[in-house]
Design a protein around this ligand. Structure first.
Ligand code: GCU
Length: 678
């Protein structure tokens, strides 16, 4: 039978190639300038599968861009061309690229670093950058750079907006693994070195991934990733001993439970020695966990940590723990407090091979949230920061929303954990508290759609995620620019126009959706489209408390839930006071009247009207920009994006009119500019 990828037409393949287009170079003077550097490769290191893949990538790319057959020689010296070598004094992922007089030297701390260096040179060529006089040194900021898939084995993807899973179908691994191979190329080209393939919500059948039913397939998949320097992990079911019918308890202190996990780990590592470890969502949104047995999360995680220790495996334990059976009448319980309240008291109690995974905000990947106050409070515990590339609450890959500007704000946020300048990016990288295991993870946005991400522009968020966590000092503009050139080419008008579309897109989305940090206001369960009271009288702890006078959640120490008290003093004071609280987060922290005057000088109600009209206009501008590019982009990608933009406009209007009308009816205050409100 034909492989899935072979069934894609040539124009679909253009989308499929994403940023690894390797378009033929038309600029002859550029081509001849770089050719001498590329004609030969001298491999002065021991080859392994990663190096083999790097060389295949090199030859494929140069064949396509320059119709060149780059000759590979082992161990020889060169006058012209590329020399590959290792340097044991380098860190594992560090590489340097030096060039002079038609000689390019790529030195890496490991095979993986060489692979990254190869992709770096190809990225330079794809951007038509000079290869003369290079003196590049790259070390990633974060040691672990991870993707979490929320794929289920029936083939569906939880919060997946790009088609079904390319790992699983009908409770089996998909045999055709070409997709996985190409995915590994895309990921390693931007420095991703870890991933999980199955959903954090581990259901009945998926519980068996750690058993002989599936381990042989787990290994085949893990090996593909490994050959691109990517370590695979599995999400596991905390209650596996019960779910698999072995025991009637999952108590982490029970001897039989301990023995169950030791035995399971032993078997898993016999079959899949290169597995990274386990990811666990416990006591969260109805998933089982140690609370059932009156044990805490350190006891739960450490038990698994000890089982994986002999094999060098790690346990990634999520902090997304909150009461999802809240009574909406109860104004004291504040979901935003939950991660901190649960995990701060456990700081220092976790095994060395356990790492806590903390979502970027205290709620759940909203368009605007403050930074989780837990980040900076764990001084003696390994931690990961968790983002979501899938735009669950940001337009579900039907709206164009460039996420890097949002993530940059998170990474640049000053926690004051060790005084001024203790930024999130330096905490999660492990530098501030000298953590052994550290890094960033994000929920994947890919599926079996021929362009991986449904929305072609959503490829940018995957690309950008990898680039940003490699180097958080890259600007959102730099990242977008790199991506546009590699994905769509070099026409200056095209580059400028796409920049104008992507750069303000997060702001536009915020403008036409939920205002001033309040969040939610979406339809229940699928989370798409406006429904202002959708979550207002529900059990999920996600309220806005709008009445005829005002809106917002009082999270102050003085009169509210006390959440602001979870921040270090400087931020606590900033958020506690209505005067200093940043406008964009005002309703997250305070309940204010509609007539309250923001720092911008506008009233809350007028801000709501103005931003909602503006947001729709911004989408109209995006469409104008895109249609101006019709003859500069292949039809397939052009039409794909155009259709989605048109839908986005429809949806933005739906948001605008729903929100404006709701607040007009609640407040009775008219728009100063007399625009149409229903
Ligand atoms: C969100 C999302 C769920 C997911 C959960 C998680 O709430 O809607 O589908 O399971 O996050 O991160 O565990």
């Amino acid at each position: 039978s034909e492989r899935m990828v072979d069934m894609l037409s040539e124009e679909m393949l253009t989308s499929y190639r994403a940023w690894l287009q390797y378009e033929p170079i038309e600029d002859q003077s550029y081509a001849s300038n770089v050719s001498a550097y590329l004609k030969n490769v001298a491999v002065n290191l021991d080859c392994d599968e990663i190096i083999d893949n790097a060389l295949i990538e090199w030859q494929t790319a140069l064949g396509s861009m320059l119709q060149m057959n780059s000759a590979v020689d082992v161990g020889s010296e060169l006058d012209q061309g590329l020399i590959l070598k290792l340097d044991a004094s380098y860190q594992e992922d560090t590489y340097t690229i030096d060039s002079s007089e038609n000689l390019l030297t790529l030195t890496g701390g490991s095979s993986r670093a060489i692979l990254y260096g190869i992709f770096h040179v190809l990225r330079l060529i794809q951007q038509r950058k000079s290869l003369d006089n290079l003196s590049i040194k790259e070390t990633p900021k974060n040691k672990i750079r991870m993707i979490n898939h929320w794929d289920d084995m029936d083939g569906s993807v939880e919060r997946g907006y790009a088609g079904e899973s390319f790992f699983f179908k009908d409770y089996k691994f998909i045999k055709d693994r070409q997709r996985i191979h190409d995915y590994a190329r895309l990921l390693s080209s931007v420095g991703i070195n870890a991933l999980t393939i199955n959903n954090v919500n581990v259901h009945k059948i998926e519980t068996e991934l750690v058993t002989d039913t599936y381990l042989a397939d787990v290994k085949l998949t893990s090996d593909i990733f490994n050959q691109y320097g990517i370590t695979m992990y599995l999400s596991i079911n905390y209650a596996a001993p019960i779910e698999l019918g072995v025991l009637d308890t999952a108590d982490p202190l029970d001897e039989n439970v301990i023995a169950f996990w030791e035995k399971t780990a032993k078997r898993v590592y016999e079959v899949v020695p290169n597995l990274g470890g386990f990811l666990v969502k416990a006591d969260s949104e109805n998933r089982p966990g140690p609370f059932t047995y009156n044990r805490d999360h350190a006891e739960g995680a450490n038990m698994l940590g000890k089982a994986l220790e002999p094999y060098g495996g790690i346990v990634i334990w999520r902090c997304f723990v909150y009461n999802n059976k809240q009574d909406w009448r109860d104004r004291k319980t504040d979901r935003a407090r939950a991660a901190y309240d649960h995990f701060k008291p456990l700081d220092g109690k976790f095994n060395d091979n356990v790492v806590l995974q903390i979502k970027n905000g205290p709620m759940d990947f909203q368009v605007r949230e403050p930074v989780s106050p837990l980040i900076g409070e764990l001084k003696d515990t390994n931690q990961f920061l968790e983002f979501q590339i899938a735009q669950e609450y940001l337009g579900q890959q039907r709206h164009l929303v460039y996420l890097i500007p949002q993530w940059k704000e998170v990474l640049e946020f000053d926690t004051y954990a060790k005084g001024k300048g203790t930024k999130v990016k330096d905490i999660v990288s492990g530098e501030v508290f000298d953590n052994k295991i550290a890094g960033i993870v994000a929920v994947s946005n890919v599926g079996i759609d021929y362009n991986w991400t449904g929305h072609t522009m959503a490829q940018l968020n995957l690309y950008g995620y990898g680039r940003l966590i490699w180097n958080p000092d890259l600007t959102a503009e730099e990242i977008a620019m790199e991506w546009i050139k590699q994905t769509f080419g070099h026409d200056p008008q095209l580059i400028e126009t796409i920049m104008k579309m992507v750069m303000p897109s997060w702001e536009a989305y915020e403008n036409y959706t939920s205002p001033l940090g309040i969040g939610w206001m979406v339809n229940v369960s699928h989370h798409y489209g406006p429904n202002i009271d959708g979550y207002e009288y529900d059990m999920w702890g996600t309220y806005h408390y709008a009445d005829r006078n005002g809106i917002g959640v009082d999270r102050t120490i003085a009169t509210g839930t006390g959440y602001t008290g979870q921040y270090y003093k400087e931020n606590q004071e900033l958020y506690e006071s209505i005067e200093t609280c940043p406008d964009e987060l005002l309703l997250f922290f305070h309940h204010v009247p509609y007539t309250h005057v923001l720092q911008s000088g506008k009233t809350v109600i007028q801000h709501i009207y103005d931003t909602h009209f503006k947001g729709v206009e911004q989408v109209e501008e995006m469409i104008e920009h895109w249609t101006s590019l019709e003859d500069k982009i292949d039809q397939r990608r052009y039409q794909d994006v155009k259709e989605r933009l048109e839908h986005q406009l429809w949806s933005a209007k739906e948001w605008r009119d729903t929100i404006n009308t709701y607040f007009y009816r609640k407040s009775g205050i008219a728009d100063e500019h007399n625009r149409k409100i229903y």
